[in-house]
Design a protein around this ligand. Structure first.
Ligand SMILES: Nc1nc2c(ncn2[C@@H]2O[C@H](COP(=O)(O)OP(=O)(O)OP(=O)(O)O)[C@@H](O)[C@H]2O)c(=O)[nH]1
Ligand SMILES: [Mg+2]
Ligand SMILES: [Zn+2]
Length: 288
């Protein structure tokens, strides 16, 4: 499935793309971009009757505190972050990493707007911490064909979702990768109006193989409720060091004999702990 807009969806199969309707009270619905669906074609307009089990899923907490799917069945989550305007929020990348691992998705990081004035030291630090965690990192300008070809190589014929804050260049990259024009917007205009340029996540095939889903920019990305072990799984460097912790159920929150504190960069440990604390305060509020 390519995209959903209210009761309608756009689907693709061997014969092309077409518009269909969602069945009312579709189990597991509504479907999201990347879903594989069963369409009933007996009426005048096709109806989505079933969403097939998802191989991977990216979930976030949406308005009203409900957990909702963003995209399904993607192989790679490309977190796009700007080094200039909007400013880089390093821990947002970590939150996406946790969500990606939880949903069975690989992670890549693309830092855009390096053609604009920026804090090169901070960017270097963020890139080296993410690389040490095992994620590929690219830095450049979304307007530069060199970065676009590097992103294409990172995707490597797979299905990738581009995610990140509003105005970081997701649609600019998507247009360059696919040749399909996506609306892009000026950051200043967007900040004034508070609106995001992209509102309809859409799966677009790339010439030569693979596909990208350009998702709507987020102001914040909140994780579904998760145990400390699930959060730690999003930090491969912490998982590696944790093999040397004295206790197998170590939470790396100041536990005795914890190897993580000794071996992993303090910023990574602090980012992990902030997520564990946030998950715990959510649990405490729901218990009240
Ligand atoms: N200088 C520079 N400008 C860029 C770069 N990437 C994107 N832009 C510009 O930043 C603005 C926002 O880019 P978009 O591609 O619309 O951003 P987006 O991530 O799709 O934003 P949303 O759809 O709101 O989530 C546009 O004016 C782009 O031309 C870059 O690497 N360098
Ligand atoms: Mg966009
Ligand atoms: Zn530990």
């Amino acid at each position: 499935m390519l995209r959903v807009a209210g009761p309608l969806a756009e689907v693709a199969d061997a014969s092309g793309t077409r518009e269909v309707r969602l069945a009312p009270r579709l189990p597991g619905g509504p479907p999201v971009a990347g879903d594989i669906v069963v369409v009933d074609d007996t009426g005048t307009q096709g109806i989505i009757r079933e969403i097939l089990p998802r191989r991977t899923i990216l979930e976030r907490v949406g308005s009203g505190g409900r957990v909702r799917a963003v995209v399904a069945n993607v192989d790679l989550l490309v977190v796009v972050a700007s080094v200039a305007e909007p400013p880089l929020v390093p821990r947002l990348i970590d939150r996406y990493a946790v969500a990606a691992v939880a949903g069975g998705i690989d992670l890549g990081v693309v830092l855009t707007k390096a053609d604009l004035p920026h804090d090169a030291q901070l960017v270097g630090q963020v890139a080296s911490l993410q690389r040490a965690a095992g994620h590929p990192v690219l830095v450049g300008s979304a307007h530069d064909p060199i970065l676009v070809e590097e992103v294409r190589a990172m995707i490597d014929g797979r299905v990738a979702a581009l995610a990140g804050q509003s105005g970081v260049g997701k649609s600019t990259l998507t247009t360059a990768l696919t040749g399909v024009a996506r609306a892009t917007g000026e950051v200043s205009e967007r900040l004034r109006s508070g609106r995001h340029t992209t509102t309809d996540p859409r799966l677009i095939p790339m010439p030569g193989g693979g596909a990208v889903i350009d998702t709507a920019g987020v102001r914040a990305f909140w994780l579904p409720p998760m145990e400390p072990a699930g959060i730690a799984a999003g930090f491969p460097d912490i998982v590696r060091a944790a093999r040397s912790c004295r206790f197998p159920d170590c939470r790396h929150m100041g536990d005795a004999g914890c190897a993580v504190v000794a071996e992993v960069d303090p910023e990574r440990v602090a980012s992990y702990r902030a997520l564990v604390d946030a998950a715990e305060s959510v649990r405490a509020t729901t218990r009240e």
